[in-house]
Design a protein around this ligand. Structure first.
Ligand SMILES: Nc1ncnc2c1ncn2[C@@H]1O[C@H](COP(=O)(O)OP(=O)(O)O)[C@@H](O)[C@H]1O
Ligand SMILES: [Mg+2]
Length: 373
């Protein structure tokens, strides 16, 4: 099967690397003009001239990037199967739609308002109580298009800095930790769940994901499974869906956002789970049986951002795996990740700290469960 992928960044690259053993070929459609996948066939199409050529080559279409025109995806759906569907893109690329779906399915989220001016932003900040987080409704990723307001008086400056016509304003959650769920739904409706991961973000960018969690209670994992299953079934979804959540002090979970694709917080599965999220996504879109999502051992994904580190020294650590994206160094850019696998979480922490020391800009590791190890 030739898999068509919308977007040609590192997620597409890793999809292809997982698909070659299955005998898949890959054609990427890049609308940005700067593809980095470095594998498969890449059609660079910033002016939307080559859609027919792309469609003629592919059997099924998926994507690694959800900030695409919905009309483009709907057009593709007229010719080839697209998984996940354009409906998933429509919801997941728009924070208002996403929140509305969470509300409708009774999935708890932080209190929020939708605003369309600096005055409305100020009023929402007063109503919700500061701090609040203001986020552009569309196009946000890696913390871009966001501002935290410590007081309602900061509304004018925040509105200016974000520069979008519509924002979602959320109460700031004093979370114990951020977690995420990665689940996969097959064409036949079968659903499998990866163990929940704990995610550490700095300035809105993911730095570390660790899974499985040593202190996770069964109830919480089941609650998260139920939330994501409800979303998958509602959207008649096929493929990998990621759901980011906040764990609050009283032990409940609040949904933050979701992504209709393979996700950075699921990269640990490449070396830490029986089947990676990439392979399972491809199995799903092709109608193949889904693979086991079981974790093999405690694993931590370390993002390499901005500048590369001492790769040889990291690889010299036992059971450490480097995944580079063939991208040039640039501030804030995701260049690679390192998956560190260990027999115990204590040993894992030691090795992740060793990696951190070998990466120029890596922040200190702060897992919520460190002092229980
Ligand atoms: N309501 C909130 N309360 C506290 N922190 C938040 C809130 N919303 C976002 N954040 C922080 O900002 C990060 C990025 O926000 P998110 O909504 O996930 O946007 P992005 O699309 O950029 O990933 C989150 O992972 C979290 O660390
Ligand atoms: Mg996020």
């Amino acid at each position: 099967m030739n898999i068509g992928v919308l977007g040609a960044g590192q997620l597409g690259r890793m999809l292809a690397l997982a698909g070659y053993p299955l005998g898949n070929r890959f054609t990427f459609l890049d609308t940005t003009g700067s593809p980095s996948a470095g594998v498969g066939e890449v059609i660079v199409d910033p002016d939307n001239q080559h859609l027919a050529e792309f469609l003629a080559k592919v059997d099924v279409v998926t994507y690694e990037f959800e900030h695409l025109p919905v009309t483009l995806v709907q057009e593709i759906e007229k010719h080839k199967p697209v998984y996940p569907s354009s409906r998933a893109i429509e919801v997941c690329q728009n924070r208002v739609e996403e929140k509305a779906l969470f509300d409708r399915l009774n999935i708890p989220t932080p209190a929020y308002r939708v605003v369309e001016s600096a005055e409305q932003l100020e009023a929402a900040a007063r109503e919700l109580g500061c701090p609040v987080v203001a986020k552009s409704v569309t196009e946000g990723y890696d913390g871009k298009g966001q501002a935290v307001l410590k007081a309602p008086e900061e509304a004018a400056a925040a509105w200016q800095s974000i520069g979008h016509a519509q924002l979602v304003v959320e109460a700031f959650v004093d979370f114990v930790r951020e977690v995420s769920m990665i689940a996969v739904r097959g064409r036949d409706g079968e659903v499998v769940f990866y163990p929940m991961a704990e995610n550490q973000h700095v300035d809105g960018i993911l730095r570390y994901s660790v899974a499985p969690l040593p202190d996770l209670d069964v109830q919480m994992q089941q609650t998260a499974d139920t939330y994501i299953r409800t979303l998958l079934d509602e959207l008649d979804y096929v493929g990998v869906l990621a759901l980011e959540l906040f764990q609050t002090r009283d032990g409940s979970l609040l949904a933050n956002e979701m992504a209709p694709r393979v996700h950075n917080s699921g990269h640990w599965t490449m070396d830490g789970a029986v089947t990676s999220q990439f392979e399972n996504h491809l199995r799903a879109v092709q109608g193949l049986p889904l693979g086991s999502t079981q974790a093999i051992a405690p694993t931590c994904m370390v993002n390499v951002i901005g500048r590369e580190g001492d790769n040889a020294a990291m690889l010299a650590l036992a059971n450490t795996h480097l995944h580079r994206y063939d991208k040039a160094e640039r501030a804030g850019r995701k260049l690679a990740h390192v998956n560190v696998v260990a027999a115990t979480h204590t040993e894992l922490l030691e090795k992740v700290r060793a990696c951190q020391a070998l990466l120029p800009d890596a922040p200190p590791v702060e897992w919520s469960f460190t002092n229980t190890l």
